[in-house]
Design a protein. Structure first.
Length: 228
């Protein structure tokens, strides 16, 4: 995490020079620093050498594709990653989230929207205040960014962590899908509500018997509810 006053540093990964140039222009216009990589292998190497605030990662690239690059990066870094792709299929988006990406943008995209999403994932990556929640055998440590089920640590994707944190911090509150999109994803989402449903399904699958705490409110959204 950069110190106060330091410029945000963004890695732009795409095999198309024009796309890299456009994104670099917007990053620098907002006072940031941009670095570039032409393929996944170069991206992995640069992420090992430099602490970036966020990575914009194309999917279809030579040598090493974006999905494979994210897998490698997640072995040593939690840097926020936004996938860039001309493919907008739900499967691709879901797969991207499962391997650890934080967001997904479909080409053609608005550079302004990409910048808004960059700021959103950087804000979400800031260290929260000390918070630990216990619900029966479910422990959610927001400070340490860990989740344990009956004493066994559970590994979640970055988006699952954020979704669970928001649920427990708003326990007992009815949360619409729109509110979850705006608060957890951090921007006005241009898509459908299935994004929330998909991530809730994935999160429930990782919580085992404590999936019961995430209650579906038909026609509305969800509520994190613990019986007293």
């Amino acid at each position: 995490m950069r110190r106060k006053g330091e410029k945000m540093k963004i890695l732009i990964v795409d095999d198309e020079a024009m796309i890299r140039a456009v994104l670099r222009e917007y990053v620098e216009f907002e006072g940031g620093e941009a670095d570039e990589a032409q393929d996944g292998m170069e991206a992995v190497r640069k992420c090992r050498e430099t602490a970036y605030d966020a990575v914009l990662m194309d999917i279809m690239m030579p040598k090493l594709d974006g999905f494979s690059a994210v897998r490698e990066i997640r072995k040593f870094s939690a840097v926020p990653v936004i996938m860039l792709s001309a493919r907008g299929e739900e499967y691709d988006k879901l797969f991207g989230f499962e391997i650890g990406s934080d967001d997904y943008v479909t080409k053609p995209f608005s550079p302004k929207e990409v910048m808004a999403r960059i700021h959103a994932v950087i804000r979400r990556g800031k260290a929260p205040e000390s918070e630990v929640y216990d619900f029966e055998g479910l422990r959610v440590d927001v400070t340490g960014r860990t989740v344990a089920v009956d004493g066994v640590r559970v590994e979640l994707t970055p988006k699952e962590y954020e979704l669970l944190f928001y649920f427990v911090q708003n326990a007992g509150v009815a949360l619409t899908r729109e509110r979850l999109l705006n608060k957890v994803w951090g921007y006005d989402f241009y898509g459908d509500d299935r994004t929330v449903d998909t991530h809730v399904k994935m999160l429930r699958g990782n919580l085992g018997k404590y999936r019961k705490f995430i209650v579906t409110l038909r026609g509305l959204g969800y509520k994190f509810e613990v019986e007293k």
